[in-house]
Design a protein around this ligand. Structure first.
Ligand SMILES: [Fe+2]
Length: 245
């Protein structure tokens, strides 16, 4: 097995330092507003998925790159392994007060990787998220989570195609819960927005570690088109899906 040090992804946090035109400030308000609504149960997770997709499709990618000051945030990433390097984006203080990540139920984060880089196959409990491609392209594979078994999950394939800058993938415990990205270009990046701590839409049979469960989706299809994907540890999943060649 590759060493743990090599498998660990780079993660850091930087203060917001980009430009902030009013249209992007409105987009930030919209993002925070629907996050607030879904966390209070005023919107279903499916409604959140539909709303966030419309919202993120409305933002020109080039404007978002400037707004997020992306070059400053990820420009010096070296991609020393095939796992994603991440940075938590701090929204401008005139739009939302600075609240430590540990004290809020939402996040905004950039995932960046080299060609062949991987966001490992995984599912989430009590969470919704949206992935907006801001540069490069990805082979994305998603599944609906049909039911949980003792140490595995039954999944039904939903997407298996290429996505590029401007495309949006969303997930919840109702739709596309499993997501797996493989970068097709160097410096492929997604802007992710998510809400955690949500009430489960249905009674999960598997407990998550920090909302996340890694799964082995490289399985033969059952006769009904589903797959049974065993739960994996992070290290085993990284070894199988992101080991250096
Ligand atoms: Fe995820």
């Amino acid at each position: 097995m590759a060493s743990i040090a090599v498998l660990l992804a780079l993660r850091r946090s930087l203060a917001f330092a980009g430009e902030h035109p009013s249209s992007l400030d409105q987009w930030t308000h919209g993002l925070l507003d629907i996050g607030d609504q879904v966390s209070k149960g005023q919107m279903t997770v499916i409604e959140w998925q539909e709303r966030v997709a419309i919202l993120n499709h409305s933002v020109p990618t080039a404007d978002l790159i400037k707004y997020l000051d992306l070059e400053n945030l990820t420009g010096d990433f070296t991609f020393f392994n095939r796992l994603a390097s991440t940075v938590d984006v701090v929204m401008p203080e005139h739009v939302t007060p600075l609240i430590p990540l540990s004290e809020r139920n939402w996040f905004v984060r950039v995932f960046a990787m080299r060609r062949g880089g991987v966001i490992l196959p995984h599912i989430h409990n009590n969470m919704v998220s949206c992935h907006l491609v801001i540069s490069g392209s990805f082979h994305v594979r998603t599944h609906d989570r049909i039911k949980d078994l003792d140490d595995a999950v039954v999944l039904r394939p939903t997407m298996d195609h290429l996505i590029k800058a401007g495309d949006v993938i969303t997930m919840s415990d109702q739709r596309n819960n499993q997501h797996w990205f493989v970068a097709e270009d160097d410096r492929s990046q997604t802007f992710d927005a998510g809400v955690i701590g949500l009430k489960a839409s249905w009674p999960y049979g598997l407990k998550a570690d920090q909302n996340t469960i890694f799964v082995d989706v490289d399985r033969t299809e059952e006769r009904d088109g589903t797959i049974v994907a065993p739960r994996m540890t992070f290290l085993d999943c990284a070894e199988k899906y992101a080991a250096d060649a």
